[in-house]
Write a protein that binds this ligand. Structure first.
Ligand code: MN
Length: 460
């Protein structure tokens, strides 16, 4: 894909020009050999971004150190920028706290793709596709911006673009296809041999059997966590269960994808919103033991979920020990997630306008809510995961665009029901949370069901 093509469909958001400006601004304001602090969000998008930008700045001659933390409030900025540096880079966040960042008077580059605010900073250069694209900006994560920044600084930095693509996948920017800026980055990486095109089964695993039975997103009701059923199905389709999923291509991949996607469709899953199961995988020819960029994204998710950020950097550098360790982390995490998802499925409770279940796994409430809503119970009602923390109940809810179109805005419901019982809540229409006194849990849920029923226009 050429820059002109991305521009023609209006999905460049002025980013190519903005990144060129950002690099000349940086060279004007930051001296050679400067000591630079990179502060990155603690998820896969943030850490891959830090790896890419850090690599570029180190090659340029800067001394670089990293701090992985959330910067969502002015107080967070004060922590992130407490140790003096010649310059800072803030990744996958910063647009919400631009004025506080700027108040330090130190040259700071912000790459972010979250909501922008009306600020005119003096010492800070912000690159954010939402400045042009607003809330419609799509197919771009901060790691994509980082990859494009690297390519802007020098053609030779395309060698780290694979990390930008992995971050984009983890941020779900590839759903609906590799388009826009992510598509441009992936195509550019493929054109330079950093990635290698290969169409086939997109599920990740050591074997095609484990790729199917370990899959949570999508969650296959008939096969996830059910090796015997999956083995029988693979045999029926003539696919050796122990084969590597990377080798499942052509007719075999098409048969398996049709089987699995057909089963999802029967359950009412909107398959068009997923990445197809038989599609481009983008092989990683230069990273040993990590076959595809999807496998890399999975390892990055496992390491960042465990807050093992050094390990995540090691994986991105292709270190065999780090990759082995990350694999073990992934397997352990996946086992726990599958077990708990199955338990929550069986413990599900239902009110007229919502379903809910209670877990003790506070770190993955969003994963469970998404899985149970999208792949198990269907999106005719939002799904809430409840977790007890001290004397509070923390709620994490997921809705869908279908519900939202019917007026069911979960953030409004969460806010109103939480305030009703002396808590607080909010977020997005399809993904929102609340914290309420634990003893008021049931009153909150009943009120939420009422509010959601009131919001809904007609049957879903
Ligand atoms: Mn992000």
């Amino acid at each position: 894909m050429l820059i002109e093509e991305v521009k023609r469909v209006g999905m460049d958001y002025g980013i190519f020009e903005r990144l060129r400006e950002s690099w000349s601004w940086w060279q004007r304001h930051v001296r050679a050999r400067a000591h630079v602090r990179i502060v990155a969000d603690d998820d896969c998008d943030g850490v891959t971004s830090a790896f890419v930008v850090g690599t570029v700045l180190e090659r340029f001659g800067h001394k670089v150190d990293f701090k992985v933390m959330l910067v969502h409030s002015p107080a967070d900025v004060d922590v992130a920028m407490a140790e003096p540096r010649d310059a800072y880079v803030i990744l996958d966040m910063g647009s919400a706290t631009l004025d506080r960042i700027d108040s330090f008077g130190v040259p700071t580059l912000v790459l972010d793709h979250h909501r922008v605010h009306d600020v005119e900073p003096k010492h800070t250069f912000e690159v954010n596709p939402r400045r042009v694209g607003g809330d419609k900006a799509a197919h771009v994560s901060t790691s994509v911006l980082a990859g494009l920044f690297a390519a802007t600084v020098d053609e030779k930095h395309w060698d780290v673009s694979y990390a930008g693509v992995a971050g984009g996948i983890s941020d779900r920017q590839h759903l609906g296809g590799f388009k826009g800026l992510l598509g441009y980055l992936a195509d550019g990486a493929a054109a330079r041999g950093v990635l290698q095109r290969s169409k086939g089964l997109t599920l990740v695993g050591d074997t095609v059997l484990s790729a199917v039975t370990d899959s949570l997103d999508p969650f296959f009701e008939a096969y996830t966590g059910k090796p015997e059923a999956a083995r029988t199905m693979l045999k029926r389709l003539g696919i050796p269960p122990e084969q590597s999923p990377v080798d499942v291509k052509g007719d075999a991949a098409a048969r398996l994808a049709a089987e699995l996607e057909g089963a999802l469709r029967k359950r009412g899953v909107v398959v068009d919103r997923m990445y197809p199961l038989d599609e481009e995988r983008f092989l990683l020819p230069h990273v040993p033991a990590v076959p595809t960029v999807f496998a890399l994204a999975q390892l990055m998710e496992a390491t960042t979920a465990a807050e093992a950020h050094d390990l995540a950097f090691g994986v991105l550098r292709g270190e065999p020990g780090a990759i082995r360790h990350a694999h073990a982390l992934h397997d352990r995490r996946q086992e726990g997630l599958l077990k708990e998802a199955a338990r929550l499925r069986d413990k599900k409770q239902e009110l007229p306008n919502l379903r809910w279940a209670e877990t003790i796994d506070e770190a993955n409430t969003g994963v469970y809510a998404h899985t149970l809503l999208t792949f198990v119970y269907g999106d005719d009602k939002p799904f809430l995961i409840v977790v007890k923390r001290g004397s509070d109940a923390k709620m994490s809810g997921r809705g869908s665009s279908r519900l939202y179109l019917k007026g069911v805005d979960l953030s409004i419901g969460m806010d109103e029901a939480a305030r009703h019982v002396g808590g607080h809540g909010g977020g997005h229409p399809g993904a929102s949370g609340a914290t309420v006194p634990y003893e008021k849990r049931d009153a909150f849920l009943e009120r939420l069901s009422e509010v959601l029923g009131r919001l809904r226009r007609g049957p879903v």
